[in-house]
Design a binder for this molecule. Structure first.
Ligand SMILES: Cc1ncc(COP(=O)(O)O)c(C=O)c1O
Length: 443
């Protein structure tokens, strides 16, 4: 085999002298990649190329931020156009109105739109808005859900040993980082997902103090875990009953599972929804949307949310070009991506079955994840913590690297099908997976 990572290794050694753990996010460092990361240099369509010249079919796609794949000509042209006539004014622009209109047309409940830059920012703003609008301080988040790295959210978001989690009815609150504002954390209530009784109990226990419940529509930070039948609708009913806002975090699912995200797919309209990743087609564009009455609380003198880079012209040019591609022909791209994800999932399942590998695949729309587990399904955070072999997944992904396929080495994240992928990429991946699994057996 002709797979070398000499330059990646050398770059890593150089990086360690100026960058903590060699990069700008812990998810790119040793916690996920082990000995050294792969330094990527170029992307084209469904492929990425690394510093040693290796080519990979890319299923990570910048954690789903590239719904059209790498360097899509329409997006590249839009960025070039913006670069030539001004990337940022921090002032009103027509493209801002146009993209807001595009979002309002496809996202359920998007009577008003506000742009930001990252999913974290959108979630921070959504929580402040919910608190300001309701005059209440607390909010409910779910075990294993990640809403960005803001203090209030960064607890019970990472996999932990199952014995450290406490009882389901009363989860131990586990900060995922040092340095968090403890007072902020006191207002965050953590409950298990896919468990309406737990939510009802928390709403009753904290009656009159809860501003909002925030949820991912599909759990995308513990692999891929779909909502139980009726769970999101039940959440909507409970929040209405208790006069509490529902925030749908669509950072992962927005412009991926359906044109209108999980709100469309599961027929549930939240009060506020947040978007990032796929929205910007590779540039930092995020947004939050919601009912006019709530969103109007953002007006001057109410709940403040600022940002020099908000609605940057370059970002929104890329967004507009990407949305035109994604939404054309009645959203046919979403059907194609879903069908391809099904083909990849079925192919992997057959392979695991034929080779006797204890592994399953879970997928929703274009999002899919492989779990090395002896369980028939992974239904929530506790299942993931107790029953998923994350180290085996990392070894599998490194073996895939050697055969020209790029997935995230973290079992807690997932793979994503884009417009750039085809059946050929699926087949190339299945061949690589067969070889990778064979090598793991020999180890
Ligand atoms: C569901 C969810 N919300 C929010 C975020 C934060 O987004 P960003 O990394 O753009 O700040 C993420 C990132 O992975 C996410 O998965």
């Amino acid at each position: 085999m002709n797979y070398a990572t000499k330059r990646s290794k050398a770059l890593y050694q150089r990086a360690l002298r100026v960058l903590v753990e060699g990069g700008s996010s812990p998810s790119r460092g040793p916690a996920n990649y082990g000995e050294h990361p792969i330094f990527l240099e170029r992307g084209q369509g469904a492929y990425v190329y690394d510093a040693d010249g290796n080519r990979y079919v890319d299923w990570m796609m910048a954690y789903g931020a590239l719904p059209l794949g790498h360097a899509h000509p329409a997006v590249a042209a839009a960025i070039e156009e913006a670069a030539k006539a001004g990337t940022l004014f921090a002032a009103a622009t027509e493209v801002e109105v146009e993209v807001a209109e595009m979002l309002a047309a496809v996202i359920p409940g998007a009577e008003r739109v506000r742009f930001a830059n990252t999913g974290t920012e959108a979630a921070m703003a959504a929580i402040r808005l919910a608190r300001g609008y309701t005059g209440r301080a607390k909010f409910i988040k779910f075990e294993g859900h990640y809403h960005g790295w803001y203090d209030d959210f960064l607890l019970n978001a990472h996999p932990q040993p199952i014995a450290s989690l406490g009882h389901r009815r009363d989860p131990i609150r586990i900060p995922d980082s040092s340095g968090l504002n403890r007072r902020a954390l006191e207002d965050t209530i953590v409950v298990p997902w896919n468990d309406l009784q737990a939510v009802a109990r928390a709403l009753e226990d904290h009656h009159g103090q809860v501003a909002a419940v925030i949820t991912e529509g599909v759990m995308g930070n513990m692999g891929v875990i779909p909502p139980a039948d009726g769970f999101l609708a039940g959440l909507r009913a409970l929040t209405l009953e208790h006069d509490v806002l529902l925030i749908m975090d669509e950072t992962v699912t927005g412009f991926r599972v359906a044109p209108g995200g999980c709100q469309e797919l599961f027929g549930v309209t939240a009060d506020i929804a947040t978007f990032g990743k796929a929205l910007g087609a590779g540039l930092p564009v995020a947004a939050f949307t919601g009912k006019a009455e709530i969103m109007e609380a953002l007006a001057w003198g109410g709940v403040l949310h600022y940002g020099t880079q908000n609605a940057s012209r370059a970002g929104l040019f890329a967004t507009r070009a990407s949305l035109r591609e994604l939404l054309r022909d009645d959203g046919a791209a979403f059907t194609r991506m879903r069908v391809l994800a099904q083909a990849l999932s079925d192919g992997l399942r057959q392979l695991f079955g034929a080779m006797g590998v204890p592994a399953i695949v879970q997928h929703v729309g274009p999002m899919l994840q492989i779990f090395f587990t002896d369980r028939p399904a992974i239904r929530d955070y506790r299942d993931f913590c107790a029953h998923v072999d994350r180290e085996k997944y990392r070894r599998f992904v490194w073996a895939l690297f050697r055969h020209g396929v790029y997935m995230t080495p973290s079992a807690a994240l997932h793979s994503i099908v884009t417009v750039a992928h085809t059946q050929e990429h699926v087949e190339e991946t299945l061949r690589a997976a067969r070889r990778a699994l064979g090598e793991m057996e020999d180890e």
